[in-house]
Design a protein around this ligand. Structure first.
Ligand code: LLP
Length: 429
């Protein structure tokens, strides 16, 4: 069992990413700073890939989790496909590795005609349609361009998944997918369009799901549907099981990823084997499980203050850098990047940023060895949905990102400047 994500370990009292002390990175690149371990990303991708080795499959990394071009390129080189939800993400994949365009699955409830045409021209693998309206728009776009589109419907299997309500997606009342009961008729309709080719069934029940049982249940329902679609005369080449595999955000409660990936793979491939020879190629859309534990956010302590009985450690990272604690009540582990000897007394404090909202915090009532202005702290497991959800709220420039591999450090996104920020605006009156 791993006491802490292996990407970030103390060596002689210094917290390091692989073999580089975070202090060095903070001093060189400034803070707030996202730091990623290339080796961890690679290992986690390979572990997941290996877990599914018994069936033909493609891991289509979910770009939204962390869209940095270098991370996309690293994964594309390993053979990954990509799950995208916008024309912007499509262009990121093109820049990262053009040859990966043909391994793209395009999900999302609101694809525009412009985005669909962009994806048709790029020759993506499959469109995961989420409504009858999308079906009609795609049929028109494909006919206009005279390009055949592979289509799947994202079916809503009505399976509850234990996770934060904002990121649970597989229930009837959610905006996602089409009701599984309406699917046969939609597939029939799709097959009447000359430029649409019925190719798959897809689903995604939510994110940060740590129990594998709901995945199994959802696949069982998808398999029933595939049997019916086969009877109706369609050929279902792909089953897209979505993403959603969770991670542990607390090192006191570790998960052995290889074991966990294996149980996940069994939950998905178990019901799927029932299809025998007509079993489709399996697609998966993992995001967090690959990049989450591979990244951390380094921040500097600005001030210590006390209001009433409460202590506050004010740091230079805020909810605009990492919104997960504010938005989902996520509890990221936060640790000092240098252990001092003797260990200072533990102080209970909120770790809060400079943004003008009470909801701006990275942790509440956290027990940490006392720190002083100028010290650095590290927010762990911030590789997924950290930088990709960052904003410029309070006119704060977004953080820089570095990718570490062994002793090698690459700046994969420079810190934003005020000029970058203001260049799209005019002061006209
Ligand atoms: N496929 C689809 C269609 C999705 O909507 C998502 C995530 C994924 C795949 C990837 O899921 P993953 O393997 O990363 O769980 N911002 C939230 C998470 C939002 C998830 C959105 N959809 C958070 O920070 O927890």
């Amino acid at each position: 069992m791993l006491a802490r994500p292996p990407a970030f370990l103390y060596k002689k009292n210094d917290l390091c990413c692989e073999r580089v002390p975070l202090r060095k990175l903070a001093e060189k690149f400034g803070t707030p700073l996202y730091v990623y371990s290339a080796t961890t990303i690679r290992e986690r991708y390979e572990t997941l890939d290996k877990a599914f080795r018994a069936v033909p499959h493609t891991l289509c990394y979910s770009v939204k989790a962390n869209a940095n071009l270098s991370i996309l390129r690293l994964l594309a080189r390993l053979g990954a496909g990509f799950d995208i939800v916008s024309g912007g993400e499509l262009e990121r994949v093109r820049v990262a590795r053009k040859s990966a365009l043909k391994k793209i699955v395009f999900s999302g409830v609101g694809k525009t005609a412009v985005e669909m045409e962009q994806a048709l021209r790029a020759g993506i693998l499959v469109f995961n349609l989420e409504s009858e309206g999308e079906l009609e728009v795609l049929a028109r776009c494909a006919a206009k361009l005279r390009k055949t589109a592979n289509v799947a419907f994202r079916v809503n299997p009505d399976v509850p998944a234990e996770t934060h309500p904002y990121i649970s997606t597989g229930l009837r009342e959610h905006k996602f997918g089409v009701p599984i009961s309406a699917a046969r008729e939609l597939y029939r309709r799709a097959s009447t369009h000359k430029y649409l080719h019925v190719a798959g069934v897809s689903l995604h029940i939510g994110s940060q799901i740590t129990d594998v049982a709901p995945f199994r249940l959802a696949i069982e329902r998808a398999v029933e549907l595939i049997e019916q679609l086969n009877e109706d005369g369609h050929t279902i080449k792909f089953l897209d099981a979505g993403g959603g595999l969770g991670i542990s955000y607390q090192s006191a409660n570790p998960m052995d990823f290889a074991d966990y990936a294996q149980r996940y793979a069994e939950a998905i491939t178990g019901p799927f084997k029932k299809l025998g020879k007509s079993a489709p190629h399996l697609l998966l859309e993992p995001g967090r499980s690959i990049v989450g534990p591979a990244g951390a956010l380094v921040t500097r302590v600005l001030y210590q203050k006390q209001n009433g009985n409460k202590n506050f450690t004010i740091v230079d990272a805020a909810m605009n850098d990492l919104i997960r604690p504010s938005l989902y009540g996520a509890k990221h582990e936060i640790v000092p990047i240098r252990l001092s000897n003797p260990t200072p007394p533990v102080v209970r404090a909120d770790i809060a940023g400079p943004i003008c909202e009470t909801g701006d915090f990275l942790a509440r009532d956290l027990d940490l060895p006392a720190s002083a202005p100028g010290d650095y702290l590290c927010v762990l497991d911030a590789g997924a949905y950290g930088m990709s959800l960052a904003s410029n709220y309070n006119t704060r420039m977004r953080a820089a990102e570095v990718l570490v591999e062994g002793t090698r450090v690459r700046l994969v996104r420079r810190r934003e400047t005020l000029r970058d920020l203001l260049q799209t605006e005019t002061a006209c009156l």
